[in-house]
Design a protein around this ligand. Structure first.
Ligand code: SAH
Length: 224
């Protein structure tokens, strides 16, 4: 009997599987996060000229001098949102749209805000093409989007000088925000949990290095 032909995996699929193994080795334990990282094609969010580097565990440049975050950072921040049921999520800094796709793939309802309209437009096109239903908005994410909230999770993917109070107030009680806070050069990653109507508690999760969060409750001076 002739051997059955084996299903061919694309090189990207193999690399994606290897990346998931790396993420596991580096300490990502959430099965839901690992499944999403193994399902979303990162190559679709990376500039074509860099697509061969899509599954390196590193940040890569995108348009407008911004970056698509390192896969480990995406997986870690998503895990640290501690989402155990389908939730409403607000992302600040759509960038390439990759982080939003991961959250959407996990079954969450995602609103994502980007200050550069070109990036938002591109991300919207990619997300739509892949079938990820993300609500993309253009604007200053430091003021959030109250009309779409309150949110069970807020993920800020740019470095802030402080926790924007307006955003903290758009969390549900029990809701969590994961945000890098620090200087322009480096930040610490925090999880801010809204514990009551007027109370929040913060936990430090590690160090981080992000492009700046530019806006009214961000690095205001850099806005141009
Ligand atoms: N989450 C992205 C990576 C984002 S890089 C991804 O998965 O690819 C950070 C992004 O935040 C940049 O695109 C930058 O333009 C955007 N940004 C910075 N300040 C912002 C603000 N106040 N509101 C919305 N987006 C902002």
């Amino acid at each position: 009997m002739p051997a059955l032909p084996e299903r061919q995996s694309s090189p990207f699929e193999l690399q994606r599987r290897a990346l998931v193994a790396t993420l596991q080795q580096r300490g990502i334990t959430s099965a839901a996060v690992l499944a999403a990282m193994g399902a979303v094609p990162r190559e679709a969010f990376v500039p074509a000229a860099l697509s061969m580097r899509s599954y390196e565990d590193s940040a890569l440049p995108i348009d407008n001098r911004q970056t698509i975050s390192q896969p480990f950072t995406v997986a870690f921040m998503t895990q640290e949102l501690q989402l155990d049921r389908p939730s409403r999520i607000l992302e600040i800094g759509t960038g390439s749209g990759y982080q939003a796709a991961i959250l959407c793939c996990m079954g969450h309802h995602v609103v994502s805000i980007e200050r550069h309209s070109l990036l938002s437009q591109k991300a919207r096109t990619t997300l739509k093409l892949l079938g990820y239903d993300v609500q993309c908005r253009v604007g200053d994410g430091t003021i959030g989007y109250r009309e779409g909230g309150p949110y069970d999770g807020i993920i800020v993917t740019a470095g802030a000088p402080d926790v924007p109070q307006t955003l903290a107030r758009q969390l549900t009680i029990g809701g969590r925000m994961v945000i890098p806070v620090g200087t322009l050069q480096e930040q610490r990653l925090y999880r801010v949990v809204r514990t009551g109507e007027e109370s929040w508690k913060g936990e430090e999760l590690g160090h981080a290095k992000f492009v700046p969060l530019i806006g009214r409750s961000g690095w205001e001076d850099l806005a141009g």
